[in-house]
Ligand binder design. Structure first.
Ligand code: PGA
Length: 230
């Protein structure tokens, strides 16, 4: 299983360091096949030691240059970071990242050999229209994306389940993952949206779920460790 923690705009450099120390100790007992990823805020990036991979929540599709407020490959290289989240619904919505922008970013980081966790997800009004509408919406989020990229991990995150405390049901996750797995040629597929210690076992037991992308419940090292060790 893959356990990925997306801190979003939470934690500082200091608290990330303490978090990773605690996590490292806690996950010594984890299954050797399980992989742990942490996406801290950019100010907390560093070369931390431990059985986890540090990734970036975002970066600009450039090595360096005049892109005020952004970071590029040069800044990531300093810490050996070669993993990136692309297409998160919060960036699509709040930062105005269109499918075209997202796919350009994807191509750039693919060229650079990055491991990419590519996020897709539908809003509630689409989910309410039924399964066919959901799949049509989700598949459109692969426009311009090379699903054959061998360092691709997909994260399915229904927007209505993110940060709401209400995860999708087993049935919703199961049918959506089954259809998505076919569409992405069996690439690793994570579920995201209110995954937490109390529902982790249920979610990771679903066929077609290869792991989770966790926001709120990953912010506390104890809670995230509990999920990893579940
Ligand atoms: P959540 O966020 O776990 O707080 O729902 C998930 C995500 O946005 O990756």
């Amino acid at each position: 299983m893959i356990y990925a923690a997306n801190f979003k705009t939470n934690h500082t450099r200091k608290s990330t360091e303490l978090y990773l120390q605690e996590l490292s100790l806690n996950i010594k007992a984890k299954n050797v096949d399980d992989k742990v990823y942490i996406f801290p805020p950019a100010t907390a990036m560093d070369s931390y030691e431990g059985d986890f991979t540090i990734g970036t929540q975002n970066a600009y599709a450039a090595h360096h240059g005049a892109y005020t407020g952004e970071i590029g490959i040069e800044q990531l290289d300093e810490f050996g970071i070669k993993t990136i989240l692309i297409g998160h619904s919060e960036r699509r919505e709040y930062l105005g990242e269109s499918q075209e922008k997202v796919s350009q970013k994807f191509s750039f980081f693919q060229e650079e050999g990055f491991e990419i966790i590519y996020c897709i997800g539908e809003p509630l009004e689409i989910r309410e229209k039924g399964f066919e509408a959901v799949m049509k919406y989700l598949l459109a989020q692969f426009d311009g994306i090379d699903i054959n990229y061998d360092r691709l991990i997909v994260a399915y995150e229904p927007i209505w389940a993110i940060g709401t405390g209400r995860s999708a049901t087993v049935e919703e996750i199961s049918t959506t993952h089954r259809a998505l797995k076919k569409a992405i040629d069996n690439k690793p597929l994570l579920y995201g949206g209110s995954a937490k210690p109390s529902n982790i076992k249920e979610i990771t037991s679903i066929a077609g779920v290869d792991g989770v992308l966790v926001g709120s419940a990953s912010l506390d090292a104890e809670s995230f460790s509990e999920m990893i060790l579940s």
